[in-house]
Write a protein that binds this ligand. Structure first.
Ligand SMILES: Cc1ncc(COP(=O)(O)O)c(C=O)c1O
Ligand SMILES: [Zn+2]
Length: 439
């Protein structure tokens, strides 16, 4: 086994860990300063990356194997994830043009089409499962609001790795069942996500089992940063604006990592303006940001954030009441001249209906939050003329079957023909748009 492909560098003290084998032996901590936060650096020559970016049809994010921290391709556990389309959704471009006089290109990154569990957690789970296989790890644990849980549940099963998965009691029951159906152990913890994380940490300590180190976990960051590789492959440039529903923030952290890594090797690569979306029922990052903005970002503003106990949101995937990564994300959003935006949770059904009407696809509730963010960004002038916007929708409907049930509207129980009228789809269209954005 070569050990020259990559290394991990501690963000705090610069200590170098040779590879994941050593990193796992160190319990995923820097042996010098104790920090959990190390970042991967590659010894691979970046000149061959441009060849990879010419490929038309990669099968998965493993297309970038040379820039991923795995030595042996035989250890790859994949369900064809991370090679998903960027689709232009012209109806939103038309809306921006007609109602707000903004001429922009809007691309939707279709994470609902990922092969594993139809969410943007599949790439991280594929990376993790492959690394565990390569390093003979057969026990792991993780806390998650649902999508990471399901993805890790499936991919770790494929790798023959036992997983103890800790979820808040209010997480989707179908996700819990799906994970358990693979043979994995689900622990539904009484309490919110913060509590589930705590019990998972206690479990890891008690049984000396590796646990995901959260949103800064180099396994998750490394895999997710290939999103940037993919956008460059498909768009030929970075988007100007990036929109995502935020929970812990692995997405933006991974994008930033990719840009810092690639900018010495590729020209004209920049951080997009980051618009981070939360529902009004659980928006601690938005609250912290609004306060900091009103005070003109005083020193240490990033450390001042509220902690919401048991946030009362129906969108369990985004129910992170204790935004422990806010200090990192806030700085990043500021660097990108971006914003945190709150949207009305009540509108998630309407926007999902609109997408079903316009595109004939079903997005999950966390994706609906993201799309609401797009609409608000258009309306509030966050998006400017000529800009390219990338909207990262994170999940398909499979993750939340109850949400699909709530999308029906033209459903009428009828005793006889007397109660039937000839339908008109255009009427539905008019009502859907009015309900979403006004007349
Ligand atoms: C569908 C969906 N959208 C958004 C998020 C938030 O992701 P991040 O970890 O980047 O905050 C998640 C993850 O929890 C998710 O599953
Ligand atoms: Zn260190």
């Amino acid at each position: 086994m070569s050990n020259s492909k990559y290394q991990l560098r501690c963000i705090s003290c610069g200590h170098i860990t040779d590879n994941f084998s050593v990193w796992f032996d160190q319990n995923q901590l820097c042996p010098k300063c104790g920090s959990k936060h190390s970042e991967i650096e590659y010894h691979t020559d970046y000149s061959s990356l441009s060849e990879l970016l010419k490929e038309k049809n990669p099968k998965s994010f493993w297309h970038y194997f040379d820039y991923l921290p795995l030595y042996n391709r035989d250890n790859i556990i994949s369900c064809e994830e991370g090679s998903i389309p960027l689709e232009r959704w012209l109806f939103f471009e038309d809306y921006a043009k007609q109602h707000c006089h903004i001429d922009c290109n809007i691309y939707i990154y279709r994470n609902d089409l990922n092969g594993g569990t139809n969410t943007f957690k599949d790439i991280a789970a594929s990376m993790a499962a492959s690394l565990f296989k390569e390093n003979n790890i057969n026990q792991y644990c993780i806390a998650s609001t649902g999508n990471t849980a399901t993805a890790y549940g499936k991919y770790l099963s494929l790798a023959g790795v036992n997983a103890a998965i800790f979820m808040p009691v209010d997480s989707e029951k179908t996700s819990q069942s799906e994970i358990a159906s693979y043979g994995q152990q689900v622990y539904c913890v009484d309490g919110d996500y913060a509590r589930a994380k705590q019990v998972a940490a206690d479990y890891a300590k008690k049984f000396e089992i590796l646990i995901s180190s959260g949103n800064i976990d180099p396994i998750r960051i490394e895999s997710k940063r290939t999103m940037v590789f993919e956008w460059l492959r498909m768009l030929g440039k970075m988007p100007d604006v990036y929109i995502q529903a935020i929970s812990g923030g692995t997405g933006p952290l991974a994008i930033d990592k990719a840009i810092r890594e690639l900018s010495p090797h590729l020209s004209d690569i920049h951080l997009p303006k980051m618009l981070m979306i939360q529902t009004n029922k659980c928006n601690p990052m938005v609250q912290a940001w609004e306060k900091a903005k009103a005070q003109n970002f005083p020193d240490g503003y990033e450390k001042d954030y509220p902690i919401l106990d048991n946030p009362q949101t129906e969108i369990s995937i985004l129910a992170t009441g204790n935004p422990a990564t806010y200090p990192l994300i806030a700085k990043l959003v500021r660097k990108s001249k971006g914003n945190f935006i709150s949207v009305e949770e009540e509108k998630t059904i309407d926007v999902a209906r609109l997408i079903a009407y316009e595109k004939k696809i079903h997005i999950g509730p966390a994706s609906a939050v993201c799309v609401l963010g797009l609409i608000k960004a258009i309306q509030t002038g966050e998006i400017k003329d000529g800009q390219t916007v990338l909207v990262n929708i994170g999940e398909g409907i499979k993750r939340a079957p109850n949400f699909l049930q709530r999308l029906g509207y033209n459903i009428k129980q009828v005793p006889s023909i007397e109660n039937c009228r000839i339908p008109d789809m255009n009427q539905a269209k008019k009502e859907l748009w009015e309900g979403m954005v006004g007349d």
